[in-house]
Ligand binder design. Structure first.
Ligand code: CP
Ligand code: NVA
Length: 305
C-alpha cells in the first residue's frame, strides 16, 4: 500500500482484497496479532463532528496496542491558526499516523504530501474511503461474493458515493446511482469508475430515476441530503431531493428481498423513512465493520512499515 489512504483510487484491486481478508480475520479474532502497534500514537485531527469514524479508530488503535490523540475541531484550528503544511510537518514529529476529517479535499492532500507519517482520510468533501472499504466488506459478508450483486445508490452524489463507486468498480460489484439534476457524483470519478468496471467485468451506471435504478437491486444505499458544511443549503436540498427518499414504496419496487445500507448518521423522515429500522436494514453491521476494517488499514499502513 502507498504511504497514505486519501482515496480508494490509490489502492489496487489486490490491496483491497488483502484488506478484506484481514478484516474478516480480525472480526473473528480481534486480538489476533497481539499488540503490533504498541507504543505507536495515532492523531485524530477532526474539523467536523463524528461518532463512528472517531470512535472506531480509537478502539481499533487500542486493540492494536497503540494510543490515540483526539484533536477536536477547535483544537488545532487548521487553516486559520496555521496552514495544513505546518500541521503535517509538526504532527509528523510527534505521532506515527494521522487520521484527518476535513472540509476541503485539498487539505487532506496537503497533509499527506507534507507529513512523513501515513495520513488516512476520515472524510473530506470529495471522499470517504474508510466508509467505502468497510461497506464492501459488509456486502461480501452478506452475499459471499461481489459477482452478480447489484447495489443501487439513491440520493446525493457526494463524498460517500464517490468512494463507494470506485470501491465497487474495483471489486467487480455493479453499482447504479440515481441522483437529482445538479447533484450527480463527481464527473471525473464516474469516468474513472466506468473505466475500472470495464476491466473488472462490472458496471457503473448513472441515472436520474430512483425507481429505475433500484429495479432488481440486491442492496439500496443512501446517505444524508445535507452533508456537514452544507447546512446553509438545507431548505433547497430538502426540496430538490423530495423524490429520492428511501421508503417502503421504493424498497418494494425492487421486487425481491433487498438490503438497506446507510453510512449514518441517518435523518429519518428525510432521506429515509422507518424502513431503516426494518429487518432488511444492515446499518449497524456497517457501523461495526468500520472498526474491523480500520484495524486492518492501521495494521497494513503501520505494522508492515
Ligand atoms: N459514517 C460516518 O463516517 O459516521 P461519523 O460521521 O459519525 O464518523
Ligand atoms: N455525506 C455525509 C457523510 C457523513 C458520514 C457528510 O459529509 O456529512
Amino acid at each position: 500500500m502507498n504511504k497514505d489512504l486519501v482515496t480508494i483510487s490509490s489502492l489496487s484491486e489486490s490491496e483491497i482484497r488483502e484488506l478484506l481478508v484481514l478484516t474478516g480475520k480480525l472480526k473473528k479474532s480481534p486480538f489476533l496479532m497481539g499488540e503490533p502497534l504498541k507504543q505507536r500514537t495515532l492523531a485524530l485531527l477532526f474539523q467536523k463532528p463524528s461518532n463512528r469514524t472517531r470512535i472506531s479508530f480509537e478502539v481499533a488503535m487500542t486493540h492494536l496496542g497503540g494510543y490515540t490523540l483526539y484533536l477536536s475541531p477547535g483544537e488545532i484550528d487548521m487553516g486559520r491558526r496555521e496552514p495544513p503544511k505546518d500541521v503535517a510537518q509538526v504532527l509528523s514529529r510527534y505521532v506515527d499516523c494521522i487520521v484527518a476529517r476535513v472540509y476541503a479535499h485539498d487539505d487532506i492532500i496537503t497533509l499527506a504530501e507534507n507529513s512523513s507519517v501515513p495520513v488516512i482520510n476520515g472524510l473530506s468533501d470529495r471522499a470517504h474511503p474508510c466508509q467505502a472499504l468497510s461497506d464492501i466488506f459488509t456486502v461480501l459478508e452478506k452475499f459471499g461474493t461481489f459477482k452478480g450483486i447489484k447495489l443501487a445508490y439513491v440520493g446525493d452524489g457526494n463524498n460517500v458515493l464517490n468512494s463507494l463507486m470506485i470501491a465497487c468498480a474495483k471489486v467487480g460489484l455493479d453499482i447504479v446511482t440515481a441522483t437529482p439534476r445538479g447533484y450527480e457524483p463527481t464527473e471525473s470519478i464516474v469516468s474513472e469508475g466506468i473505466e475500472i468496471a470495464a476491466k473488472t467485468g462490472s458496471s457503473v451506471k448513472v441515472m436520474k430515476d430512483p425507481f429505475e435504478a433500484v429495479r432488481g437491486a440486491d442492496i439500496v444505499y443512501t446517505d444524508v441530503w445535507v452533508s456537514m458544511g452544507q447546512e446553509d443549503e438545507r431548505d433547497k436540498r430538502l426540496k430538490d431531493f423530495r423524490d429520492y427518499q428511501i421508503n417502503e414504496k421504493l424498497m418494494k419496487s425492487t421486487e425481491k428481498k433487498t438490503l438497506l445500507m446507510h453510512c449514518l448518521p441517518a435523518h429519518r423522515g428525510e432521506e429515509v423513512t422507518d424502513v431503516i429500522d426494518g429487518p432488511n436494514s444492515i446499518i449497524y453491521d456497517q457501523a461495526e465493520n468500520r472498526m474491523h476494517m480500520q484495524k486492518a488499514i492501521l495494521y497494513t499502513l503501520l505494522a508492515k512499515r
